[in-house]
Write a new protein. Sequence first.
Length: 107
Amino acid sequence: MGDLSSALPGYAIEAMREAFPAFGRKIRGFDTHDAVLTGVETRTSSPVRMSRGDDLQSLNVRGLYPAGEGASYAGGILSAGVDGIKVAEALARSVLHDAEPLRAAAA
Ligand SMILES: Cc1cc2nc3c(=O)[nH]c(=O)nc-3n(C[C@H](O)[C@H](O)[C@H](O)COP(=O)(O)OP(=O)(O)OC[C@H]3O[C@@H](n4cnc5c(N)ncnc54)[C@H](O)[C@@H]3O)c2cc1C
């Protein structure tokens, strides 16, 4: 437990000071003096990014395609979905490219 005004920027504290009484007028008891603020979201995706190259494969583990939130390429449902599509397309391109010499040899 601590004083949030020493941990957050002034504009955030100012916004909360303005918002809590407003909520308190809509939801009775929301802004009582013994209310406890239990968490503050600071960022929506992983702070550690798994680097990937132009082909979207991991730079140091070939064949691994880091994607989505855990690899730090998305911060929500939509961006995770879009990144998943991009990675699936890159994987498909890689499989087709690898199969090309086999197809040529068989022809
Ligand atoms: C409480 C909460 C509320 C949220 N609300 C919103 C919202 O309103 N709007 C919004 O846009 N985003 C929201 N998000 C964020 C959003 O849910 C994520 O950004 C998104 O789901 C990330 O998708 P993802 O596919 O990258 O990862 P995930 O959805 O986490 O998928 C990862 C998958 O990998 C599986 N997995 C993990 N380890 C292994 C393993 N070793 N082997 C096999 N499988 C494994 C997991 O079981 C999981 O199915 C919210 C997140 C939380 C936690």
